[in-house]
Design a protein around this ligand. Structure first.
Ligand SMILES: [Zn+2]
Ligand SMILES: [Zn+2]
Length: 281
């Protein structure tokens, strides 16, 4: 059912350690048709943009012998005032979030033109943390507030021109709703789905959400059913291992486990999409 992987971190992500040579050798052994390298570009500072440039050069070198390899990027919403501060000073250091009553506007680390000039051919846009408040650790992190903020970020990503794939919808590192996916209002999912469809976006089936990570078995099945509902509305679904190569520097193939959960929700061979040439930048 799954023939390509569109979400892989190489050793050029700050939190990953997968060498490209290892990925290529293993990807070929597994018969993957395409593997997309999507290193993190979280902020518009030299640390992240430098990592992205290094990742791009590394992928370009490897592509000479491996046309299956595609250069992508993973972008995460950040607060617009922080983006502006970094744009002015070049660093995140010394940033003080302005006091305001409304959530901060959202921005991503680079423009589409900048990404294309590096050779990036698609972007995963994915929410990772709250950006609506100044101090997210000490904010009111009630379930309602968290859901509201994830909804806001995902709606924004579904409408942004840089986002090819909405990455791991409803992922949150804090595992707040990983027992029961039905705490997410269905109407929110339908709003997001409508925006995705209208803007021609793909949605990711991320391995952490359907068979690995912190979620319960019940959640995995509910999540696969959520993906199936989007699929039946005409939104194409891509697969992402989100492999970081930790802790051994290896590429872990978890497609078998993911396929089992997806099959239980009605997915069949041919239902999981690849990014066609006309979609790639
Ligand atoms: Zn992510
Ligand atoms: Zn990732």
């Amino acid at each position: 059912m799954i023939h390509s992987d569109w979400h892989i971190h190489s050793e050029y992500s700050y939190d990953a350690m997968l060498p490209l040579e290892t990925l290529i050798a293993r990807g070929r052994e597994l018969g993957l048709r395409r593997f997309g390298v999507t290193d993190h570009a979280n902020y518009n500072d030299e640390k992240f943009l430098g990592d992205l440039r290094a990742s791009a050069e590394n992928v370009k070198r490897a592509q000479a012998d491996c046309p299956e390899l595609i250069l992508g990027v993973e972008l995460t919403p950040i607060a617009r005032p922080e983006f502006d501060y970094i744009a002015k000073t070049g660093t995140r250091e010394g940033y003080v979030a302005p006091i305001q009553d409304t959530p901060y506007d959202i921005e991503l680390a680079a423009t589409k033109e900048e990404l294309i000039s590096l050779g990036v051919r698609y972007a995963i846009g994915a929410a990772h943390w709250r950006v609506d408040v100044a101090d997210r650790a000490n904010a009111d992190n009630s379930l309602d507030n968290l859901i509201k903020e994830w909804y806001r970020q995902q709606m924004w990503l579904a409408c942004d021109e840089r986002v090819t794939i909405l990455g791991h919808p409803w992922y949150n590192g804090r595992a707040v709703w990983y027992e029961d996916f039905s705490v997410i209002p269905h109407s929110m999912n339908m709003d997001i789905a409508a925006a995705l469809k209208e803007n021609g976006k793909y949605v990711e089936c991320n391995v952490c959400m359907v068979c690995a990570g912190k979620a319960s078995e019940k959640f995995h099945h509910q999540y696969a059913e959520f993906l199936r509902e989007l699929f039946e509305m005409g939104i194409p679904i891509t697969y992402g291992s989100d492999c970081h190569g930790k802790p051994t520097g290896e590429y872990r193939d978890r497609r078998g486990a993911a396929e089992k959960i997806l099959a239980a929700a009605g997915f069949r061979d041919g239902d999981i999409s690849e990014l066609p040439e006309e979609i790639l930048w």
